[in-house]
Design a binder for this molecule. Sequence first.
Ligand code: ANZ
Length: 901
Amino acid sequence: MSLKAERTGYDFTAIEERWRRIWREQKTYKTPDPEPGQRTFYVLDMFPFPSGYGLHVGHPVGYLATDIVARYRRASGDLVLHPMGWDSFGLPAEQHAIRTGEHPRDAIGRNIENYRRQMELIGLSYDWDREITTSEPEYYHWTQFLFLKLYDAWFDESAQRARSIDELPIPDEISDLGQSAIAKFRDSKRLVYFASAPVNYCPELGTVLANEEVYDGRTEQGYEVIRINLPQVIMRISSFAERLLAGLEGLDWPEGIKETQRNWIGRSEGVELDFDVEGHDRPITVYTTRAETLAGVTFLAVAPEVKDVNRFVTDEHREKVAAYIGASARRSDLSRTTSREKTGEFTGSYAINPLTGRRSPIFVADYVLADHGTGAVMGVPAHDERDWEFAHLYGIEVIPVVRPTDPTIPVSIKAAAFVDAGAMIAEAPGPHNKAYREGQPSGEARSSLTSYAIHNGFGRRSVRYNIRDWIFARQRYWGEPIPVIHWEDGETTALNYGDLPLLLPHVEDFKPAGGGKSALGRAVDWINVVDPATGRRGVRETATMPNWAGSCWYPLRFTDPHNEKGFASWEMMQAWGPVDLYIGGAEHATLHLLYSRFWYLALYDLGLIPYAEPFKKLVNQGMLVSFAYKNARGVVIAVDEVIEAEDGRFVHQSSGELVERITTKMSKSLRNVVTPDEVIARFGSDAFRMFLMFMGPVEGPRVWETDKVASTARLLKRIWSFSVSAEDETQPREWCAREEQPRKVTRALVTLVKEVSSDLENIRLNTCVSEIMKFMNVVEHLPISKEAHREFLVVLNPFAPFLAEELWSILGEKSSVNKAAWPAVSANAEMDDTVNVVLQVSGRKRVEVEVDANADDERLHSIAVALAKPWLEATAGVKVIIVRDKATGRPKLVNVVRGAA
Ligand code: ANZ
């Protein structure tokens, strides 16, 4: 049966199915490699982890936004790179394998099929020939390769950049000790290093987690996390703190994400101050951001992990201090810094305040962290809350040095610390009275005291960062193997580039092997190696890379996805440039979005890639929520357990309780997950696409209600009826000549093109849909010219590509609407300015027409001749007389006169 005979009305299912097939078969969205100098645009989605649940209707918000922009850019003449791939290593796949015994690769493969099917269902215009999968050896070969490049590098502090390890200057005293000392020295400087470090360990999952993956002492799934020491693979991201901060300035990213990164990097400007210690030649150095409070110091505190701490401990206090250090090792950083109960132990030693000469007791206290600042603080209980709590516990004196600027505001140092900025209470004491004066704003006093301390040799300016190095190892099976070998003599070496990829070995049992080791711990044949040249024995690293590794560099691979000789060619990386528009969730602010910036910076420094930042513009898509119910006790109830009573209230079926409707994340357990599949079966892909965009700005939240898709489905049906012939729907409607098209239609199209183009430039996609609605409201029952109709379909295509393509072919076009050029935005800003002109033929009034008030004679001539046709035998040799308003110069009347040559 032919399509023609079958179709009555707008059969979206058949239409969409057909175009899906044609696009796939003809590779409509295939992107060739750019020619040198060609204008390109790179628009990318944060590629997903393909989970077993598939996509729900919230996921495509971002995918659709990028798809619409990609289609618009193509029509505007850019060569567009718009690829998709899979971030397929990671914990959920491993947990599934542990539960079911199915190999993660098989489960992931099935999930990918389903994701790809859903994405094609939605009509996303990806070039599938560029698809990448991070867990496939062809991809992780290069993740390992880049890992080794970072391993073979060090950070040159003075040049503030990464350099090849071969360029690391070796101090003479190291060279003198020979090869093994040199190797050790190099290892201590690499961007990738190995150290035993306290890590977040989840006994339940048997794995180590990054700080960012721990929420209030628990994993995302709610399992408890404790701290243990493990040998670790670490990346020196903290060296790049300043560069990571500075780079943010040039990025077109949401301010909130930039601020989150700034806070995470946590730059603080302060000073290091030296305090002499009684009976010792070496001073103790503290780090402070409040130097002006120096006169208020009444004790010093050192972190328990600072090795140096023992040199202050007197014999009398040795035992107690040792016990204290042991106990605090078992507490987490979080509980140490936030717990109200500040604990400590006196060392028996005293430090001398360089400003006041005052003796202050030195404590070991675990609210001081070893890896921040110098690991020692000066205690100013009058102006710091933590110090205040500590001082109260140990009966230490509180000496205020700063007061509120307004002296009438009372403060009680007895009740709490005064932590705000203010004015100095007195001038600096004794011989140092030049350091600051009484009444001086505390911020100013900080600068003057700092200069004073530097000048007098007991202080140095210091910039500190909060960001910690990145623990780059997970005790998991389903990740990229880390290509290093730990040898029996204690040396660790990397594999040669030529020995990559190091493949994941096959295992039968995916459960952790115990002792913090993943299932890899059981792959004995794989783990144990013997160096054929020397007979030296070694073991492979059993930790794998974190699931953030593959996504650190994937935008580069899309530029040259099948390259077998390298991770991507310089030409292709250069031709496509960094990602022009990146859309994805905001939850990755300090994870993927920071890690990938770090890799790019380092690889750029090493001359391996042509640019230092991965993503020029970033947009975060908003959350999509759906309904569920809550009873009086606050228990959330699944949608299918509730019925709507006649009075509009909601009732829990089994208990008869009244419940309240709430909005919440879509989740399996609440049975409020809606899939694109079910919506598309009911309304079609185009209606789904248009509705999802129409719901609101990409960045904003949206509440899903399937029934409402009917609104955009109706719009599409109207577009269909407007576009096809009423007699035969396989044929286009009747067109008028461009000249005969009512001014209203011309004007509506000019507005549509102008508004949609500017909204697309600014990614305001919801208003694009309203513009299409407005256009239809104007033109629906009016004549339209073929050219205008074509232009409309080109504008419709990004939003409803299936319908646009179908109507385009009904128009008789042979190639895809995706190859058509975007209509030019009319430069005529005064389009709205029109006048009614009387058309006469041989002096007799025939019609009135609306024309552009600025129309020139030539234009009026052609309009008049065209419109006069019905009253003329022949148009050859006619003369046109144009009458304009004397004052304004606007046309008033046009008279077409026969034969007067
Ligand atoms: C004296 C002082 C007086 C401070 C005052 C604050 C208020 P950020 O911005 O986080 O670097 N500090 C320094 N090293 C520390 C460590 N290892 N563990 C815990 N706290 C540490 O903050 C710097 C401030 O945090 C420093 O300034 C120091 O306390 C504390 F009225 O020094 B301050």
